[in-house]
Every structure is written in structure tokens, then in C-alpha cells.
Design a protein around this ligand. Structure first.
Ligand SMILES: [Zn+2]
Length: 448
């Protein structure tokens, strides 16, 4: 994915913590691992239930080549985090040192004398040029790497078509957002970073509201889930948790990948429950309910709002850093770049490079914000659905693209969802505390 743009870094920040069960940035792919739940050993009667052993028994279900492959895929992501950052800084450097950015600014000035309109003309050139310069990395990460791990269901052309739509959306969003931010920079001078945060947060709020209705359908087809006992159970659980939905939608996510996903979105009469066809196809009745319990948690606990506000705190610190860094860098190199003041759009690559550095350093913080939100949803979900084993097996089914059992520091730095180990452990602890409830069976995992 193109992470060069400040906009994308900020939108990505919002979307990364969004209420999706599967961690995915835009359309991408992954098959589920083959877990045969029915082969799990039965509970040996008479022995007490040990949540630690039960957790280990679940984790042991994914082993050998499958475990090596998913670990390798996920750990490769750590490296790519740095590769992407260095690549985007290099692109910024190229635009500045060869004065390409200054020339794009001069081109915009030649089109109009109004400083307001010079910004969108510059930004449009910038977005297209950086997308083109990043294309080799985007193609490798988004298509070839996914395919080499068996995580891609699309042909190259179909994938490229999705990327083109994404670029179109980025172009529209980036031009609008950066034009407003530069307007704030010119008007409010020193305090622009406060106003900039307000503008980005307002923009993210609008994005959160319109994305399920206007953006998601550009990539996938949505249809009502036909009447079935499963549909009735989903709506019954929604009613029991105060979610005003009377329909369940199904998306054709298998077009892109085999990743399992669902969400509950919207408000003011647009509330909708959506599950993807992969969840329906690969999940059991109970697994679907367990996953939707988690998604309902995001909705009921107002996680959209929580993430908007916490991300605003990150953004305000980020803008303050970018504001300070711009002054330092242009004092040294402004002459070489033909970039002097922060209200000059030719300085956008400087802002983008600084934002990239900030986002890289802030990764443990943004991941912690997302991860704590996910843990809350897990807790809500288990209390709503009461299916600790089904949730655990659903977790095993997403392990083909998420390392199941990382070290604690790895999880703290790189995970935007809790690891499979942590989540199954949560479930088994919950189960240990509810073994006397009539609907909770001690099986199927053996405590040996
Ligand atoms: Zn979630």
C-alpha cells in the first residue's frame, strides 16, 4: 500500500483500528488454515479444567508447515513496516533534492494566481507522482507477496483495477483534505496543527459514516442474507444487545481473499450487520455467532468514537512534531529544495517524510490503542455469544495470516489485534469461570 502520503498515514491510522474482525488494509487476500475442530480430543472426565492447558491444546492444532508459513508472512510485515517508511522518505528526498516538488509548485502558480487553488493543483500532481514512484513496492507487497503465500484470489488485472479505484478515492480525499489544511496553515499560522487536527478528525468522522454506504460497495457486492436459523440467531443476539438492525448483509469478500471478516456499522437508521461469504463458508454456526458477538461489541461500546478521539490525540502530537521538524529541516536545506515556509505546498514532501517518521515511531502506541479496543470487543463478544470454544476455533482459522504465538514484546509493538494466544487464553479463562453454567460444556478441548 502507498504509505507515502500524510493523508494515507492518518486515514490508515483510523482504518487500521476500525471494527473489522480481520486485519486488512483495503482489499487483499488470505486462505483459512484447515482446522478440523472435530478432531480435538474430548475432555477426560473427572479432571479439572485447566485454561492454560486448554489454550496450549488449541494452539497445538496449528503446527508444522502451516505455522512456519504464517509466522514467516506476519514477521515479514515487521520488515515491510521499515521498508515502506524508508522508501517513502526516499521518494520525498527525490522530489525535494531534484526540485521536482518546486517545479510542481511553479506549475500550479502558472495556472492560477489564487493561493487557495494552487494547493489542489499541486496536490493532484503529488498524489499521482508518488503513487507511480511507489508502484513497484505496492505491486510486490499487495499482489506478488500475497500470492506467494497463497493469500490472493484475484488476477493481477482485477487487483490492479481495485488499486486504481483506491487511487481515485485517495486523489479526491487527499486534494480536499490538504487544500483545507493548507488553508488553515495560511490563516492560523503558528496554531495550524491544532486546526489541522480538527480538520482531519472531522474528515475521519465523515469517512467513518460514509465508508460502509458509499466506499465499500465500490469493491464488493452486498446482498441480504437469506432467511435461515443462523440469520434469526444473529438478529436475536443484536436485539438482546440493543442494536437496531433488522437485516443481515453478506459481502462477496472471497472475490479478493479467503479472509474471515464481519462488522456492524452505521447509525441513525443506517445500522447494518454485515458478514462476509468467507465467514459463512468456513465458519460453523457457533463460530459466526462468536465472531458477530465481537463485532457487536465494537458497535455497542462506541468504538468508532473512541478511536476517533484517541487517534485525534496521536494526530495532534504528530502535527506538532511535523511543524517543529519542518522548521529545523528547512533552516538547513530549504535553499537546496527551494522550499522556505510551511504554507508553501512545495514543502509537502517534507511534511510527508516527517509524518512517516512519526507514524513509524508511534506504531507501538497506535497498535496499543487498536489492541485494547479489540480486547474490549472480545470481552463483550464472549459475554454476548457465550461461545468460548467457537471463538477460539475462529481465531485458529485466521491464523494463516497472523502469527499465533508471539513473544510479549512482539505483540506489544507490532500487533493491532491481540495475538491468537492471548485471545484463546482470554476465552479459556472465561470458560473456566463459567463451567457451572448449563450452556457451557467443558469439552471439546482436553485439559491434559
Ligand atoms: Zn475487532
Amino acid at each position: 500500500m502507498n504509505k507515502i502520503l500524510l493523508l494515507i498515514a492518518l486515514m490508515g491510522l483510523l482504518l487500521a483500528g476500525g471494527p473489522a474482525f480481520a486485519q486488512q488494509a483495503g482489499p487483499s487476500a488470505a486462505p483459512t488454515s484447515s482446522i478440523d475442530v472435530h478432531n480435538l480430543p474430548p475432555l477426560a472426565s473427572g479432571k479439572p479444567f485447566d485454561p492454560q492447558k486448554a489454550t496450549m491444546a488449541y494452539l497445538a492444532q496449528v503446527g508444522g508447515a502451516a505455522r512456519v508459513r504464517s509466522d514467516s508472512y506476519f514477521e515479514g510485515g515487521y520488515v515491510l513496516l521499515f521498508v515502506d517508511a524508508f522508501y517513502s522518505i526516499a521518494v520525498s528526498g527525490l522530489l525535494l533534492w531534484f526540485r521536482i516538488s518546486a517545479r510542481m509548485r511553479t506549475f500550479a502558480q502558472a495556472r492560477t494566481r489564487l493561493r487557495f487553488w494552487q494547493v489542489p493543483i499541486y496536490v493532484a500532481q503529488y498524489i499521482v507522482l508518488t503513487a507511480v514512484l511507489s508502484l513497484p513496492l505496492t505491486i510486490y507487497e499487495g499482489f506478488f507477496r500475497e500470492r506467494s503465500y497463497g493469500l490472493m484470489n484475484q488476477t493481477f488485472l482485477s487487483w490492479f483495477g481495485d488499486q486504481t479505484i483506491l487511487l481515485g478515492l485517495t486523489l479526491v480525499a487527499g486534494v480536499v483534505l490538504l487544500t483545507l489544511i493548507y488553508s488553515a496553515i495560511r490563516r492560523t499560522k503558528r496554531n495550524w496543527w491544532l486546526w489541522g487536527t480538527a480538520i482531519v478528525t472531522a474528515f475521519n468522522t465523515i469517512l467513518l459514516i460514509i465508508a460502509p454506504v458509499f466506499i465499500a460497495p465500490l469493491f464488493n457486492h452486498y446482498s441480504p442474507l437469506p432467511q435461515s436459523p443462523l440469520r434469526s440467531d444473529i438478529l436475536s443476539m443484536a436485539r438482546a444487545n440493543g442494536i437496531p438492525a433488522d437485516n443481515v448483509y453478506l459481502s462477496d469478500a472471497s472475490r479478493q481473499s479467503d479472509r474471515i471478516s464481519a462488522n456492524v456499522s452505521g447509525f441513525l437508521g443506517t445500522t447494518r450487520i454485515t458478514l462476509n461469504d468467507n465467514l459463512l463458508r468456513h465458519g460453523t454456526h457457533d463460530e459466526v455467532l462468536a465472531v458477530l458477538g465481537h463485532e457487536m461489541g465494537h458497535y455497542v461500546l462506541d468504538h468508532g468514537l473512541r478511536l476517533l478521539l484517541l487517534n485525534a490525540l496521536v494526530i495532534v502530537v504528530g502535527f506538532a512534531f511535523v511543524n517543529w521538524g519542518f522548521g529545523v529541516l528547512t533552516d538547513f536545506f530549504g535553499g537546496n529544495w527551494d522550499v522556505r515556509t510551511i504554507d508553501d505546498p512545495a514543502g509537502l514532501p517534507v511534511l510527508a517524510a516527517l509524518a512517516t517518521i512519526f507514524m513509524l515511531l508511534a506504531t507501538p502506541v497506535t497498535n496499543a490503542i487498536s489492541r485494547t479496543t479489540e480486547i474490549q470487543a472480545d470481552m463483550f463478544g464472549i459475554n454476548a455469544a457465550r461461545k468460548p470454544d467457537a471463538f477460539s476455533t475462529a481465531i485458529l482459522k485466521v491464523s494463516s495470516y497472523r502469527k499465533l504465538d508471539p513473544s510479549p514484546w512482539e505483540e506489544a509493538i507490532f500487533y493491532d489485534h491481540p495475538s491468537g494466544h492471548t485471545r484463546i487464553w482470554e476465552m479459556m479463562q472465561w470458560k473456566a469461570g463459567h463451567l457451572n453454567d448449563p450452556d457451557i460444556k467443558a469439552g471439546p478441548v482436553s485439559p491434559q
